[in-house]
Design a protein around this ligand. Sequence first.
Ligand SMILES: Cc1ncc(COP(=O)(O)O)c(C=O)c1O
Length: 452
Amino acid sequence: MCKKWNNEEEARAEIKAMVGDYYNQFKKSENDHSDFKPGDRMGYGGRVYDEKEMQALTDACLDFWLTTGRFSKQFEEQFATWIGVRYAHLVNSGSSANLIAFSVLTASELGDRAIRRGDEVITAACGFPTTVNPILQFGAVPVFVDLTIPQYNVDVTKLEEAYTPGKTKAVMLAHTLGNPFDIKAVRDFCNRHDLWLIEDNCDALGSRYTINEETKYTGTWGDIGTSSFYPPHHMTMGEGGAVYTDNPLLNRLILSYRDWGRDCYCPSGRDNTCGHRFDGDYGELPHGYDHKYVYSHLGYNLKVTDMQAAVGIAQLEKLPGFIKKRKHNWSRLHEQLSNLKDKIILPEPVENSDPSWFGFLISLRPESGLNRNDVINYIESHNIQTRLLFSGNIIKQPCFDEIRGTSAYRVVGDLKQTDFIMSNTFWVGVYPGMTDEMIDYMAQIIREAVEK
Ligand SMILES: Cc1ncc(COP(=O)(O)O)c(C=O)c1O
């Protein structure tokens, strides 16, 4: 027998209520770690959700709009307001966000400030590869600057040395695992030389930084900020990312590069928003060529679906709580490991910052005689997940085999700290799904690993 509802609203309410019951019966336990026992699996990150996310996803499924639609628009508006920028756009990953952020800076509309092939972009070799890849994929030259420890961010004293007049066009850097880089120094440097600043904010959503008593979220100090919404990140929609800016021209370019490179900015499913669909002149096209099919850039299609965005809306409501919990977990672990300072280097927040931590970085002191693999194997053998600082030194990765030692990239001075991190550093999670008992157990196991 087919169930009959009086109207769609009633049908949705009932279906969503059932989804809520489903969550409570079958999924809730996944998010409840109150019965944690030593030896239970402890991931470094993971999605933290309740029935709200599942109901939002159901709502989007029942719309069956599938592509970018009302939920995406709502998320973009709410996210922009939350982080404090004029424009935010959803994309399908943090890597796509970085690709878009970089690509828009190559647009001819930017005149002399546009990045051309062979131009240089200052960045770091230690980090996530897709902060660097767009630079190389385009044919620009990444210029690698070393980091400082225990901040694990760019050594700003090397920036002037990295600068090549007439060639350096931008700085593209991540805030490492939530710890902001020295935004004041980097911004002053960019202002001095008229350079673009892209903040890869994928691991730092909710981190704050203060300059001259003005406190803002990371990702909003530069020209463009990027976020990732992959599950271990500060909030998730499965796959997803965002690109944000205050600059109206960059905003238009972001939309164009995200949406096939098109000139038209109609939302999906709409036509003739500009009112000039058939009366323009573009390139060498015939007069009045349909504006919907005019391409002003070599773009991509990196949009998200409305199902992802709907989950994001529910997660955004939880974000302040997630950030608070990450800070709490990080501080608790820091305190418990503080008496191991002779063996390990503990992470420290950058001056003038209030980090929303993605993870907890630990470096083994050279004089400790400890071997990283021994330490992480001990921790992993207790079912606690560990991670390395991503690529370590990207130049040493196989993806650099064909270009290593060529002029495809440049290194400023040496990468001593980067290489140290590659061999001696690892990190553990502080994600909001962790309880005090889990943090305390993790601290105990780390202590055993370095003292045994
Ligand atoms: C700093 C940084 N940038 C970019 C990314 C890429 O994000 P995504 O996995 O969503 O592509 C990551 C991934 O974790 C990251 O850590």
